[in-house]
Design a protein around this ligand. Structure first.
Ligand code: FAD
Length: 415
């Protein structure tokens, strides 16, 4: 089977890796080098198989006005973009109904439950297990009142099997992370989650694996999906037409742009996130630490400490807002006031591909035989990439996976 994969982010690469391993003749197309074109190089590295609580939780409607008004908030919608974002936000609020949240959490749990094992499988075959650490993640709260605001999400995660150890008091937190000096009195330690210490190298390793398995990586943009005889039969680039038995659309936040000309509308929005690197912060962390009030990740990586987070609406074209990245340095100081920030570098922005129900689109497109989707993993795209690749490749090449792809279907937005 000849297959074209559009997008060499971590989702497209893991899918291509499984397709190539399953015997398909795979070519990955991306206008950028593997991992460098989108969100996959700069994320926080958290591998969070138990993160089954969607972003839209019951009560979210009460928070939206605050989001619109607070320019320093962890989530920001600039007034100039509020109207553009409104239809997406309405769907987002609709997804927060309790019955819907329960179904979304179930679908996320089914997709992500063995994410770490799936990453290990690929990295073990590529000889790069050093990329992942299984030392857990640590969420910090100032007090119980603050924790109570997130209680619904933690209850949902517990119901789906997440093991959470509660650390009561700053000393208990320091037993795990001795350098913590901030004003945080409660910790939630999640021992069974992990992290990647270099997301760009991770993507490059998987790309090399695709080539090792006989696949091809081409640095070339895709201008359009090719329709012929009622199906998708390949893609058009700026210079040529490439035909194939199947096309996998894994173009992250840009995926909707290739679907619109063939009549498929998807409410895909970019949630712009930022990171700052501190090569020499002078503190030691053993795992990603998350000040939960700021929803920022402080992640130890190969190249130093990475501060990553913030959610900014604003579309794919607007230039980055350096102020958002600077907020991350303040988040760090709240937890580690002694950290050195003078060498800060790599102010980076990436586009999280977000659908309003926090579920990715995975699977075939009913209206266009030959077209398969793997995009929209939002805040969990590193985590979800390896399991998505494994399941999609099975669905395409057989034997049919023991997984109903219906909850992830693109057709859920047709109504
Ligand atoms: C600040 C931040 C922190 C994050 N932290 C985490 C985390 O800790 N854990 C986690 O699991 N997830 C995290 N994420 C989310 C995660 O990074 C993304 O969900 C994931 O990288 C998406 O991968 P992708 O392959 O779908 O898209 P991308 O990595 O964006 O790749 C899409 C690719 O498609 C290419 N492309 C687009 N259009 C075309 C075209 N027409 N032709 C050819 N190529 C095209 C682009 O060049 C790009 O390379 C974070 C994201 C951000 C921004």
């Amino acid at each position: 089977m000849k297959i074209l994969v559009v997008g060499a982010g971590i989702v497209g690469l893991c899918t291509a890796w499984h397709l190539a391993r399953g015997g398909a003749d795979v070519t990955v197309l991306d206008r950028a080098a593997p991992g460098e074109g989108g969100a996959s190089s700069g994320n926080a590295g958290a591998i969070s198989a138990g993160s089954v609580a969607p972003l839209a939780m019951p009560g979210v409607l009460r928070q939206v006005p605050g989001m619109l008004l607070d320019p320093a908030g962890a989530l920001h919608i600039p007034p100039r973009y509020a109207l553009r974002a409104a239809p997406w936000l309405l769907r987002f609020v609709a997804a927060a109904r309790p019955a819907r949240v329960a179904r979304i959490a179930e679908a996320l749990a089914v997709l992500l439950w063995n994410a770490m094992e799936q990453h290990r499988l690929i990295l073990a075959e590529e000889g790069a297990l050093d990329l992942i650490r299984e030392t857990g993640q640590l969420y910090l709260y100032r007090d119980r009142a603050q924790l109570a605001k997130d209680a619904g999400g933690w209850t949902l995660r517990r119901q789906h099997g997440m093991r959470i150890e509660e650390l009561d008091g700053a000393d208990a937190i320091r037993a795990l992370e001795p350098d913590m000096r901030g004003d945080y009195a409660l910790g939630l330690f999640i021992p069974e989650q992990g992290s990647c210490v270099n997301p760009l190298r991770h993507a490059q390793v998987v790309a090399r694996g695709v080539q090792r398995l006989g696949g091809t990586i081409r640095q070339e943009g895709v201008a359009a999906l090719l329709t012929a005889g009622g199906r998708i039969g390949g893609v058009r680039t700026a210079t040529e037409t490439l035909t194939a038995d199947a096309v996998v659309l894994a173009a992250g936040a840009w995926s909707a742009r290739l679907l619109a000309p063939i009549g498929i509308r998807v409410p895909l929005e970019t949630q712009r996130g930022y990171h700052v690197m501190l090569p020499d912060a002078g503190i030691t962390l053993r795992r990603p630490v998350v000040p939960a009030d700021r929803k920022a990740f402080i992640s130890p990586m190969e190249g130093g400490l990475r501060l990553a987070g913030t959610v900014e609406f604003g579309g794919l074209e607007a230039p980055p807002t350096p102020h958002r990245a600077a907020l991350l340095l303040e988040d760090l100081r709240r937890v580690f006031p002694q950290a050195r920030t003078d060498g800060a570098q790599g102010f980076w922005m990436g586009h999280r591909p977000c659908l309003p129900d926090s579920l990715p689109v995975i699977g075939p497109v009913a209206r266009w035989p030959g077209l398969w989707c793997a995009f929209g993993h939002g805040h969990l795209g590193l985590t979800g990439s390896a399991p998505t690749g494994a399941r999609l490749a099975r669905a395409m090449l057989g034997p049919a996976p023991n997984l109903d792809l219906a909850p992830y279907a693109v057709e859920r937005f047709a109504a």
